[in-house]
Write a protein that binds this ligand. Structure first.
Ligand code: HGY
Ligand code: MN
Ligand code: MN
Length: 417
């Protein structure tokens, strides 16, 4: 019998991690391998050691904390998430899954049960694209989709490459080739995460069971027109890079709304206008495109329509529009057997739930390339995330951990497959 998760424990861990923050005055910012994130890593590793877990890191900084099972030769069961954040974020995105995994292991240990398989709590390196512009660096490398060469080509705003930063922190580049995880070496992975949408709250449910995870496609777009005088240049003589960018933005929004897929989103979140002056027609505009879809084919259809409309805008407005692809990732369906185990865990404990998709991507998207995965969602207040307003009640996280703990134990005691 496993006890109910301790909401106070969860609160203490989350508040302690939240102290490691470079924007205390405005939300939570913990960017990969900055002092606040490194300090948070040390804190979490220390708490994992206090739980009696073995703790190690790989050559990209993924943290593996192991609660050893009876037979350590069996593929382990994974849980965990990330502790890095977007700028001025909340204190739950990612951290709820790391702390939730730690609390689940604590509960299993406290029950005196030693499962057949080891259970590992993973802290994935850099789930957010905040520093190097690419998401899920740690889990992408585990899936064999990020090489040392790639790491040498990823640069932060100060011109540091990811490979240089890793080396400066004494991660051994020679070991980079040993990061990929082979298929079959992980029995299953269950990530607890905040929902980052408002469905669970709307439906008054404490738990969501994720059946599929959207994947991102990201571009940097550069629009070149003609910088000129805001008064002297008549309206029909302009090649305005900003109004052209706005037309692209409205095309993207319409195409996402018209998508036939179950779930499609498109966002332009970062915009740079040059020279960004009141009385100058912008000559250059650079912006990001982030498209999510639960269906890969539908995302490709949207992209083809967008490229066609962009070339029409170029002609009509006499501007040049360049799209620089960053990543074009595949959505995944979660493992039905693990979804069933989570469902059973909820039913056994009388936890109400709904099965749903994830509009946000997660490390589970890449872990799903080499292991069966599923996710457990807990409610986001007002559906808000990636904001200082992000909030999930600690007791809601505790209920999600109850479902997680029983799921992990069931999977870790499954050996007849
Ligand atoms: O953007 C995402 O979906 C994730 O929260 N990084
Ligand atoms: Mn996030
Ligand atoms: Mn996240």
């Amino acid at each position: 019998m496993i006890n109910h998760a301790n909401a106070q424990n969860i609160k203490n861990w989350l508040e302690a991690i939240n102290q490691f923050n470079s924007t205390l005055e405005f939300g939570t910012t913990r960017v990969l391998f900055t002092p606040s994130e490194i300090a948070a890593r040390e804190y979490v590793k220390n708490e994992m050691l206090k739980l009696g877990m073995n703790v190690r890191e790989d050559a990209i900084g993924n943290i593996f904390a192991t609660y050893e099972g009876q037979d350590t030769s069996l593929p382990a069961v994974w849980t965990g998430s990330h502790i890095d954040t977007v700028l001025n974020a909340g204190m739950f995105d990612g951290m709820a899954g790391v702390v939730g995994g730690m609390e689940a292991v604590r509960l299993i240990k406290e029950s005196g049960q030693r499962p057949k398989r080891s259970i590992e709590v993973i802290v994935y390196t850099s789930e957010e694209p905040t520093r190097f512009g690419l998401s899920c660096l740690g889990s992408r490398a585990m899936a064999g989709k990020l090489s040392l060469e790639d790491a040498k080509n990823l640069k932060d705003n100060d011109g540091n490459t990811f490979a240089e930063v890793l080396k400066s922190l004494e991660y051994n580049p020679v070991e980079f080739k040993n990061i990929p995880i082979s298929k079959g070496s992980v029995f299953g992975a269950v990530e607890l995460h905040i929902e980052q949408n408002g469905l669970l709250e709307e439906n008054g449910l404490p738990v969501g069971i994720v059946k599929a995870i959207c994947a991102p496609t990201n571009y940097s777009v550069e629009v070149y027109g003609c910088q000129s005088h805001a008064g002297g240049t008549s309206m029909d003589a302009r090649r305005d890079a900003f109004t052209a960018s706005c037309e692209v933005s409205l095309s993207l929004e319409r195409l996402a709304k018209e998508s036939e897929s179950e779930y499609t989103t498109a966002t332009i979140g970062r915009v740079e206008v040059v020279p960004n002056a009141v009385n100058v027609i912008p000559g250059t505009v650079k912006f990001s495109i982030d498209i999510r879809d639960i269906d890969f084919e539908s995302k490709n259809i949207l992209l083809n329509k967008l490229l066609k409309e962009i070339s029409e805008i170029e002609q009509k407005r006499g501007v040049n529009i360049t799209l620089i692809p960053e990543n074009h990732d595949r959505p995944i369906r979660c493992d039905e057997k693990i979804v069933e185990v989570i469902r059973q865990s909820c039913e056994n404990q009388g936890i109400a739930y709904q099965v749903m998709i994830s509009g946000a991507y997660h490390d589970s998207l890449f872990v799903g390339e080499f292991a069966p995965v599923a996710m457990i969602f807990v409610p986001s207040k007002n559906g808000i995330s990636h904001s200082p307003e992000e909030w999930t009640d600690y007791e809601d996280i505790a209920v999600g951990v109850d479902a997680l703990a029983e799921t992990l134990l069931t999977l870790a005691n499954t050996t007849d497959e």
